[in-house]
Design a binder for this molecule. Sequence first.
Ligand code: MN
Length: 286
Amino acid sequence: MRLARFNTSRLGAVDPASETLVDLSDLIADLPKSGWARAPGDPVIARLPQILDQAPALMETAPRIPLADVTLDAPVATPSKIIGAPVNYHAHIDEAEADAGIHHGGKIAKIDEIGCFLKATSALFGPAATMELPFTDRRVDHEGEVAVVIGRPGKRIRAADALAHVAGYALALDMTVRGTEDRSLRKSFDAAAGLGPWLTTPDEIGDPADIPFELTVNDTVRQSSNTGLLIRSVPQLIEMVSAFYTLLPGDVIMTGTPDGVSPVAAGDLVTVSSPVLGAMDVKIAG
Ligand code: MN
């Protein structure tokens, strides 16, 4: 199933072939819209098993809406954490070492040495958003990535058990200001964390270690890779980070970017796509 958040707080099941979605919002109508008492994590993702169970019956009668008529939002609304995996493709290490504009005189440390980093959850944005560049005089790069969304909570999850904790997969943009500051600052500006176009559940995906994806800027291919080339695989990333903190429903792990990162400018159209996960367009504004 391909689950989309649309028009801010509605839930839909996407049918890419007919370019429509079925409105499943009735399945989450009773969830509180706000309030301090809400538990951390994403309440809709936490309810996913129930939603997937009840959706088929509701889809017989629920309204079908053309995708063109809705505004798609990030398929997770309130993650407790957005986790990033640094330098997780060998080809990106090679290009980073060769380009002072990427490494800024710093040592390119291996993921096994530095682990993962966190991006501010306020940086999250969806396919319909326009990404405002935080600076006009600094290099801001696109990093197209595949993201994993956690479904079942867990701590100290072993790699062998990790995929049972996955709610699904989506495309991600780990937008990055190049410079000497800590990653948590450079990768957390408003709209630095793109996620979309929807959440694709694991049953729709053959092997999560074989997801092809591509990023174009103004229709020119800049990044093209496959999760099979990850240094730390999805199960290994889940094992690594859950050794430190509890993973909660809706937590997002951006698995790392392949080679081909490059600066974006106001007016650019960045598209991340995958035959498995759909396509997400992001407009860059200055
Ligand atoms: Mn990245």
